[in-house]
Design a protein around this ligand. Sequence first.
Ligand code: COI
Length: 358
Amino acid sequence: MSNEQLTIIQTENHKQKPDFEHLEFGKEFTDHMFVMDYTTDLGWHDARIIPYQPLSLDPSAMVFHYGQTVFEGLKAYYTEDGNILLFRPDKNMQRLNQSNDRLCIPEIDEALALDALKELIKIDHEWVPKVKGTSLYIRPFIIATQASLGVHPSESYQFIIIMSPVGSYYKEGIKPIKIAVESRYVRAVAGGTGQAKTAGNYASSLKAQEVADEEGYSQVLWLDGVERKYVEEVGSMNIFFKINGEVITPALNGSILPGITRDSILHLLRHWNVPVVERKISMEEIYQAYKDGLLEEVFGTGTAAVISPVGELYWEDKKLDINDGEIGELSLKLYNTLTGIQLGKEEDIFDWTVEVKK
Ligand code: COI
């Protein structure tokens, strides 16, 4: 990106860095942020990197009232030889535009956004943690800023990127988590916004999540919104089941988020010739496999969560103990390979990583 396109104002007050050995998810933010504005007459303009700071918005800004907003999540990793790698960032920018389209938000220039992100990481490179199991979580998002209470697409927007050094998303780390299958509330239906990364999908998930949490479950597993039979996804992850040697994940059906980690896992499994299929799968089928002793492993996938093994599923008063609450062999191999590629330790056979030059 040329200097005319990106203004950089560096902070004079560097924040104190957190203890990288004890990072929580998304609680601390780096010294700088990226901002770009959109107006109908100028289009996207005024791309800038500025010190991390609060926003000033009109209380009637449309994002507050009608939730016209989209976001992404991706990570940067510090490698042993001192490089910084992004994992498939082009896919995140592509998906941001797919979400934009669904939410009537103007398309961003993906290459420009990626260049700006690299520049931002370069400036805040000391915030990329080096401790095992940590990374720099990157949150690009777009908000509707027009001051108006009419229900229509906003005429102005801000595209912002903030970054946060993080540890593991779940307090369990790589240890298996417990998940409750949600039969009362639904997350999305085909034709709705389920496949877009938009705030409302997450706001509407909180109620079920709260109930599950009170009962000791880390997340809920959503079923389809029509028949409440077929598995869709988990609060912050896609989901995979290994049944009798075959790996099954719900097919993208218009209401499931097309996860980039999900796609990467499908690539790895196919590369290893592990039988894998994307199709509808019901809780009845999973329960039957469990009773037959064929439910071998269950794991979630996501940028924040990476690979998260599931040790227990709770469904209609039945507890399904999976692999004695231990991480399965395949889940562990996937975790090691994926994080190995992300950290530059394993051969990047699919050309997924992108180096950020410091
Ligand atoms: C991610 O995995 O990056 C997500 O966006 C999930 C998030 C809601 C924590």
